[in-house]
Ligand binder design. Structure first.
Ligand code: ATP
Ligand code: ATP
Ligand code: MG
Ligand code: MG
Lengths: 248, 248
């Protein structure tokens, strides 16, 4: 999760989920962002039921109704639901804020799966707060650009505040994304993060900026399945291996 | 504005504001995004009062308190205020939703200035709804990447719904941003937009992806002032000229 937009939250969620499922872990990927971008990342476009998280939280659907299979045997997905076709997301945000159902859903999902991954919207609103209340791990993608670095303290404060109420919550780390060694500003940001933050807070693995990462959404397939030898795919596969070891 | 994160909303707001001010128009730039990124774009970092929009909406400050001068004589800025230091933005979103003050502030500001520009957060929450209720013009930055294109219908639906309640509101156009001719996916997105949307809906001017655009935030100065001959700066200057003519 991150308060900054466009830093690779959805890309990271989709690819880690695909990696865990490929390793044989029963994985559930939940799209909690009313934009509903996960659908495009895993290729559940036309023809799939559109009911999802919003419809479960509003009582119109059960968990069983909204669990969707994907091309990977061990990966199931919960889309955000009919809210992504609405012109206004305020009802969704209020529903998440008022009902304690999101943390409950996460607890129920954790009982049935090995790993549950939640893609959150940008910002520090009710969805992020509720997701932090029900989570055990959190990863903060940090795009290697000056503005993303300047606003990072905000998400770290939010995680710290949430950890006060949810003792199970740990920050697994900051993940540097869209690393481009040809950009001086990008290299400076990565160096700054490495020298100013404790190594235990920043993953050694960096996700490079690659054209294949961008194409994956057009193709509707996780990058790690579509182009496993792409440098960004290899970095996600490597990260998933580290995390699987930590969680085991 | 745009529901998608990281597409160039703040970059566009900061640079158009700087262009209008340079052309001698009395310009006010309001940061309505609780992330508070405008502050980094115009270089109002340390030492400036942090009170802003949030403090005005909560009644703690008057409009005069929160109007800040910048290095440009005709550009004044309203920062988002003390919420950007908070761990949770839900109070801010509720304040904007419940109080009709944001549209009122825009009306009051329009009476004192030639141009008022509002930078909005990603998503379709209460801030976007209230800003649309008080606006006359809206520009939608569209990052030239497949995922940004796939979620664009959402913001167009929101603008259409808002125009039903605010007859003054017009969509000035979709602005293609971070255009990179070396990326095949990017070129495809730009071509798709040009062939599938009416030319009156898409600006002829495209903003290219340039390293100077990224650096500008580190330097705390609008790109058009820091590197006016940069291709992205020239595109913003060109766009501002077109808009100034339309508004006149
Ligand atoms: N490693 C990468 N290399 C190149 N492009 C990338 C990479 N990771 C993500 N992208 C692209 O950057 C854009 C933003 O990524 P993504 O949508 O995953 O970010 P996000 O943080 O989920 O955005 P939002 O704030 O809108 O939810 C997308 O167009 C995606 O294709
Ligand atoms: N033309 C450009 N070329 C290269 N980089 C750009 C360009 N425009 C913006 N950027 C960079 O892309 C990132 C996202 O831009 P920006 O923050 O303006 O988007 P935004 O839509 O306001 O994001 P958010 O959704 O978080 O508010 C920033 O790091 C910025 O420096
Ligand atoms: Mg996303
Ligand atoms: Mg912004």
């Amino acid at each position: 999760m991150s308060q900054k937009g466009g830093v690779g939250k959805t890309t990271t969620a989709v690819n880690l989920a695909a990696c865990f499922a490929t390793r044989g872990l029963r994985t559930l990927l939940i799209d909690a962002d009313p934009q509903g971008a996960v659908r495009f990342g895993v290729g559940l476009r036309a023809g799939y039921p559109t009911a999802g998280l919003f419809d479960y939280l509003s009582g119109a659907r059960t968990l069983r109704d909204i669990l969707l299979p994907t091309q990977l045997p061990w990966l199931r997905v919960v889309l955000v639901g009919s809210v992504s076709a609405a012109a206004d997301h305020a009802v969704y945000h209020a529903l998440v804020a008022e009902s304690g159902l999101l943390p409950e859903l996460l607890a129920e999902a954790r009982a049935r799966c090995d790993v549950v991954i939640v893609d959150t919207p940008p910002g520090l609103g009710s969805v992020v707060r509720r997701a932090l209340a029900g989570a055990q791990h959190v990863i903060v993608p940090l795009q290697c650009e000056p503005l993303a670095l300047q606003t990072t303290p905000q998400i770290l404060r939010a995680i710290q505040a949430a950890a006060g109420e949810n003792p199970e919550l740990t920050l697994d780390g900051i993940l540097l994304t869209m690393y481009d060694p040809s950009s001086a500003a990008c290299v400076r940001v990565a160096e700054y993060v490495r020298t100013h933050l404790s190594p235990s807070l920043v993953f050694g693995t960096m996700i490079p900026r690659t054209p294949a990462s961008v194409d994956a959404f057009a193709a509707g397939q996780p990058l790690v399945l579509r182009a496993p030898s792409d440098p960004a795919a290899r970095a996600y596969i490597d990260l998933a291996a580290q995390l699987a070891e930590r969680f085991a």
